[in-house]
Design a binder for this molecule. Structure first.
Ligand code: 16G
Length: 254
């Protein structure tokens, strides 16, 4: 079924069916849930939808906006609107120190990354403090958009002292694998999770609406010797991730 067929008013608009914007919204919802408008399908511009449906642009906007708010349609600045790809929530244990690649492999999901930055830099004051660097040390920065099953889930910006990761180009698909090869895989980590509303740039990378809820995570991980290996600041999509912690009653000391 083409978008013209889906929107042709004789197929759904009726004088007794209630407000026109509600009827159009239902029509679109239905087409999305039935798979007639599969994920990634571009939606025609408002003006064209108005022509196809014989409704006004204001009515079209009133119908489409709630679908954007619900996350069924994603509006991309400059490149129009598309039908969103539904995300399945990922649960990550807060007690196991695993990598993104391992977490997704366990769920049978294909992992992909887009490089945002990979190189050796002079450390920022925050990196000097957190990684415990000397004044003339440098850092390898590895920043990636991380995707699972083709869906962008997180932006991760990792900094590692060049003493532990001399060449960031060694990181191909997995940071922990590269560190493992160097004998520097972390064995312990402390992670701070806080809520954040996604800014425009991060939302665009994660293909969600600006301002939606996200999770800001800072992970500091350590070698067995107690030395800090990794300082990673990440933004995870709030609608895609659940972090799960197991709690135990403290045992009574005897
Ligand atoms: C996880 C870690 C991140 C680590 C990455 C390594 C969280 C919040 N973050 O995503 O700190 O750098 O795994 O993954 O869990 P990789 O070995 O697949 O590159």
């Amino acid at each position: 079924m083409t978008i013209q067929d889906i929107l042709a008013p004789e197929n759904w608009l009726s004088a007794s069916g209630g407000p026109r914007y509600v009827q159009l919204r239902r029509r679109l919802e239905r087409a999305i849930s039935d798979g007639d408008l599969p994920p990634g399908t571009p939606l025609p511009p408002e003006r064209e939808i108005a022509n196809m449906t014989t409704l006004s642009r204001v009515t079209v906007r009133k119908a489409v906006q709630p679908l954007v708010a619900e996350g069924l349609i994603v509006q991309r600045r400059g490149s129009g609107s598309v039908i969103a790809t539904p995300v399945t929530k990922v649960e990550q244990s807060l007690s196991r120190l695993t990598s993104f690649t391992e977490d997704m492999a366990r769920r049978g999901m294909a992992v992909d990354s887009t490089w945002l930055e990979r190189g050796v830099f002079m450390p920022s004051p925050e990196e000097v403090m957190t990684l415990g660097l000397a004044s003339d040390d440098s850092v390898s920065r590895v920043s990636r958009l991380r995707l699972a099953g083709g869906v962008p889930l997180a932006i991760e910006r990792a900094s590692i002292s060049t003493r532990l990761l001399p060449n960031p180009l060694m990181v191909e698909s997995s940071l922990y694998e590269a560190l493992d090869k160097l004998g520097n895989r972390p064995v312990r980590a402390v992670q701070r999770i806080s809520a954040a509303n996604l800014n425009g740039a991060d939302a665009a990378l994660l293909e969600v609406e600006e301002g939606i809820a996200g999770l800001k995570i800072a992970r500091i991980s350590y070698l067995d010797s107690g030395k800090v290996v990794e300082f990673t600041q990440s933004i995870y999509r709030g609608d895609a991730y659940d972090f799960v912690a197991e709690l135990q009653l403290p045992r009574n000391k005897t």
